[in-house]
Design a protein around this ligand. Structure first.
Ligand code: NDP
Length: 456
């Protein structure tokens, strides 16, 4: 390495991607520094995946009280204390912050606290102090996007929920993606009256249609007020302190809290990118090549800031791929195929591969196996919830090209199915696999009756 620089690699941002790249590079004996203006761990650890999943578990307890009576528990719903959940959640995330900082230092990376700005192709300035580096990695993540509308100052974003002092009685959520749908389930499970307003015909755009319809139906059955083909045009605060949300048809919805869950934008503003000549796309994301290199050869970027897939495991995979390329002599390109994902909605969604709609457009002929059923647990709980599982098969090769599920534990189950799809499993292989009884997951290996076929 060239000693004309203080560091071989200077990482801006200690989120999922930044920490992983820094740790892996430092483990190769590379001189690494990481700058972070806030807490280590970024969005996922502090304002995303980790605290959100704790909320999801809390919300599940809400319904467990209702379901327990079928199993003989004469319990009433116990009072819920939001402040205890917040405090315990803070303890977990703070422990994670310390753990990550410890890991970085143990790996030999220097952690520099402060806001970093690019001041050259090989120079980063943190709070007025400049550092030189042979290579710089931008891993600054993303932030919530707030739509323009009168009264937008009354809207909260997901970041705010993690510091919310009191749970509202009523909540209105704008958006139909991951965050909106997950928070609709969380708030509802915690006893809040929830309305979710989505601008399109059916929320969860991009997911399998049958799954989207199923989740909408079951959220409605649970009592979540879903309003599609609608989008607030104005928000007003009343003298009494609550909010009035005005819809395009002039209808007014009253609520105590409005959450805008309307997408996230890359954090590329005011960090010196334009000044140094790093090219951005029209959405403000950093443009990189297959090796995560920007228009300036010494500067790299990965994670939400390049806006390929805003998922923590994707940022981690990108970080490992970059370190492999730069410091381990491997130049394999990262495959974005068959990335499984879960929406921790109520019911959960787990998905990998093509939707029925995508597969129909891509293959000459596909077979669809779909099953809806009630598990043993559901049979005694009195819940309206069921499971929906489906496999999409390319008829010509018998390869399973998509697997989708809605129901409890969908993310857990689909993770394993993703391994099978990555390995190229055919429907015959699924059929030859012996099930584990009685589980919900066994349905994936016992779907023998064809539900429908599509041919072009
Ligand atoms: P998404 O992109 O998932 O969803 C954004 C939603 O907001 C869409 O329904 C979109 O509608 C709608 N929308 C966009 N602009 C407007 C507007 N101006 N007015 C009204 N509605 C609007 O983003 P999220 O914010 O939910 O989450 C950000 C990303 O974070 C996700 O894409 C995901 O990658 C990641 N994430 C992952 C999670 C997980 O893995 N479980 C959990 C949470 C987040 P339309 O469909 O019409 O575009």
């Amino acid at each position: 390495m060239n000693d004309q620089y203080q560091y071989d690699l200077f990482v801006i941002g200690a989120g999922s991607g930044g920490v992983r790249a820094a740790r892996m590079a430092a483990a190769q004996g590379i001189r690494v520094a990481v700058a972070e203006q806030d807490r280590a761990g970024g969005t996922c650890v502090n304002l995303g995946c980790v605290p959100k999943k704790l909320y999801v578990h809390a919300a599940e307890f809400g319904s467990s009280f209702a379901y327990a009576s079928g199993f003989g528990f004469h319990s009433r719903r116990a009072p819920f204390d939001w402040s205890i959940l917040q405090q315990n959640k803070d303890n977990v995330t703070q422990q994670a912050n310390r753990g990550l900082e410890g890991m970085l230092t143990k790996a030999g990376a220097a952690l520099i606290k402060g806001r970093a700005i690019l001041t050259g192709a090989h120079e980063v300035t943190v709070d007025g102090r400049s550092y030189s580096a042979r290579r710089i990695l931008i891993a600054t993540g993303s932030r919530p996007f707030i739509p323009e509308l009168p009264g937008k100052e009354h809207m909260l974003v997901s970041d705010d929920i993690f510091n919310l002092k009191a749970l509202p009685t009523r909540a209105l959520i704008i958006g139909g993606g991951y965050i909106a749908t997950e928070f609709a389930g969380i708030f509802h499970g915690l006893g809040v009256a929830v309305t979710q307003v989505y601008q399109g015909e059916l929320f969860l755009r991009g997911f399998d249609n049958e799954i989207r319809l199923y989740v909408a139906e079951h959220m409605r059955k649970k009592g979540i007020d879903l309003r599609f083909n609608s989008n607030p045009v104005k928000i007003e605060k009343t003298e009494a302190g609550y909010l009035q949300v005005i819809l395009p048809d002039k209808r007014i919805l009253e609520t105590d809290m409005v959450l805008a869950a309307t997408g996230r934008r890359p954090n590329t503003a005011d960090i010196g990118l334009e000044q140094v000549g790093v090219t951005l796309d029209e959405k403000g994301a950093i443009i990189v090549n297959e090796g995560f290199q920007t228009s300036i050869p010494s500067i790299y970027a990965l994670g939400d800031v390049i806006d390929r897939m805003q998922l923590t495991p994707v940022a981690l995979a990108e970080a490992m791929n970059l370190v492999d390329r730069l410091y381990r002599g491997k130049d394999n390109s990262l495959s974005y195929d068959l990335i499984p994902t879960a929406v921790f909605s109520t019911p959960n969604i787990g998905t990998v591969g093509l939707t029925e709609e995508q597969a129909t457009g891509l293959y000459a002929s596909i077979d669809v196996y779909s099953t809806e059923f009630r598990s043993l647990k559901q049979s005694l709980s009195g819940t309206t919830e069921r499971y929906l599982m489906k496999l999409i098969v390319d008829t010509a090769t018998d390869r399973v090209v998509g697997a989708h599920m809605a129901g409890e534990g969908a993310g857990e189950i689909i993770q394993g199915i993703a391994v099978a799809l990555k390995a190229g499993a055919t429907k015959a292989i699924f059929d030859q696999t012996v099930g584990i009884h009685p589980t919900s997951a066994e349905e994936f290996v016992t779907m023998r009756s064809l539900t429908r076929s599509h041919s072009r």
